[in-house]
Design a protein around this ligand. Structure first.
Ligand code: ARG
Length: 458
């Protein structure tokens, strides 16, 4: 195995140890970041006179050629190398000779991997933000198109009070908006550069850490070199943000699954986002929503795994930290895939407005409004609650909705009822009268706010 060390060893490492220790098969993902970090380090070493101009130019040229060769497929990122850092360095030395051996001056793989991982996570945060922005765009469009799609809002999965589909999706807009903002704040906090921390205690070379930080678009170098090589809490914060995104996606998935069931039929999945059964010809299954719901566990697993890996690790670098990669990469791929699929599924889904409205009418979701009607006529709320409860029972025994119950039945319960009760409990007036901030009657303002947020982030 091509190794970056070996001088103090008298024997070859055991083959099993090499295999167990090696990380190239997964840290090859950090190739681009490793090149970027190395280019910045070499530029700084040159500016500081630690490398000559000629050596600096050779290294820059060599790294660029390695990057081009890997991009074109001429250079495969594989082989008998311990990790991505060894791979790049060995190839550089192979290409430019002795000058390549000077690249690692004033650097350790500990600060090298720390900067690579930070660059990688920062890139992925930016990608995740874009995907969430596009999901928010789709949610906002559904809100705009459904301000007059009446439905029951649910508590305990029981019809509760009338809302609109716009209002229901408005709740998801808020969840995904917070997810977006959470990513922004994690990015702000993690955007410091560990390069120059060395193995743990910096170096005696006159490195310009401000320069490498700025070349790599970091806000500043990290304050403490031991923290620089051992901090992975930004990975945990990002996995936490991904887990919360998955939690939100899984709640929405669950609702889509329920709404798509034969009993509800509130939504119709587009054929492009549904699947069939190998035996039951009639089936059109919501597999995508179920998979998003299912994959949530996998992302939570990555978060838990990372928390446990980091627990009680003594300062500074420990090899345990190499375990920060595989599960994190998997969680990133999984979550990004799920956001994209959810955006496509939502964008192509149709809503059965009539069924939603009929279902709301039949479920006594306007019972609170009927009680409020009595309150407006001077009946104390607690008495009104009892009267409407009895009327609901009456409706159930007659097999009618509250809109269909004859006025005589209402008046038998209370003389306060008049013909205007029907207007008062229509879904439309139930919704339009709910004007508390954040309530379904206030959707125009809420949608305007959502659109302003979207235009601010795009
Ligand atoms: N593959 C290692 C990791 O991911 C790179 C750092 C190696 N440092 C060391 N001291 N062995 O953490």
């Amino acid at each position: 195995m091509a190794q970056l060390w070996g001088g103090r060893f008298t024997k070859q490492t055991d083959e099993l140890v090499n295999e167990f220790n090696a990380s190239l098969k997964f840290d090859r993902r950090l190739f681009e970041q490793d090149i970027r970090g190395s280019l910045a380090h070499a530029a700084m070493l040159t500016a500081q006179g630690i490398l000559s101009e000629e050596e600096g130019a050779l290294i820059r040229d060599g790294l660029t050629r390695i990057r081009t060769a890997a991009e074109s497929g001429d250079l495969k990122i594989e082989g008998d190398y311990e990790d991505i850092h060894s791979f790049v360095e060995a190839n550089l030395i192979g290409l430019i000779g002795d000058a390549g051996k000077k690249l690692h001056t004033g650097r350790s793989r500990n600060d090298q991997v720390a900067v690579d991982m930070r660059l990688y996570i920062r890139d992925e945060i930016d990608e995740t933000k874009k995907l969430i922005a596009s999901l928010l765009g789709t949610v906002c469009r559904i809100m705009e198109e459904n301000t007059d799609t009446y439905m029951a809002g649910f508590t305990h999965l029981q019809k509760a009070q009338p809302v609109t589909l716009a209002h229901h999706f408005g709740a998801y807009f808020e969840m995904f908006r917070r997810d977006y903002e959470r990513l922004v704040s994690i990015r702000d906090r993690m955007n410091v550069c560990p390069l120059g921390s060395g193995a743990l205690a910096g170096t005696t070379y006159p490195l310009d850490r401000e320069m490498t930080a700025s070349l790599l678009d970091f806000d500043r170098p990290c304050e403490n070199s031991m923290d620089g090589v051992s901090d992975r809490d930004y990975v945990i914060e990002y996995l936490d943000a991904l887990s919360i995104i998955m939690m939100h996606l899984s709640r929405l998935s669950e609702e889509i699954i329920i709404w798509n069931s034969n009993e509800y039929r509130f939504v119709e999945l587009d054929d492009t986002y549904a699947t069939g059964s190998s035996i039951m010809p009639q089936k059109k299954n919501p597999d995508i929503a179920e998979l998003i719901r299912g994959k949530t566990g996998r992302v939570y697993g990555a978060l838990t795994s990372m928390l446990v890996t980091m627990k009680a690790l003594p300062l500074a670098y420990d090899k345990d930290m190499q375990e920060d990669k595989e599960m994190t990469f998997d969680a990133i791929d999984t979550t990004k895939g799920c956001i994209t699929l959810m955006t496509g599924m939502l964008g192509s889904m149709t809503f059965n407005k009539e069924r939603m409205e009929r279902s709301a009418q039949q479920g006594f979701s306007n019972a609170t409004d009927a009680a409020d009607y009595l309150v407006r006529k001077g009946v104390p709320f607690r008495d009104a609650h009892g009267m409407i409860g009895r009327l609901v029972l009456r409706c159930i025994s007659l097999g009618v909705s509250m809109d269909e119950l004859p006025l005589a039945e209402y008046r038998a319960e209370s003389e306060s009822f008049d013909e205007d009760i029907y207007q008062a409990i229509s879904l439309k007036s139930c919704v339009s009268k709910r004007l508390t901030k954040g309530a379904p009657g206030g959707m125009p303002a809420e949608i305007a706010g959502a659109k302003a947020f979207l235009s601010g982030i795009s």
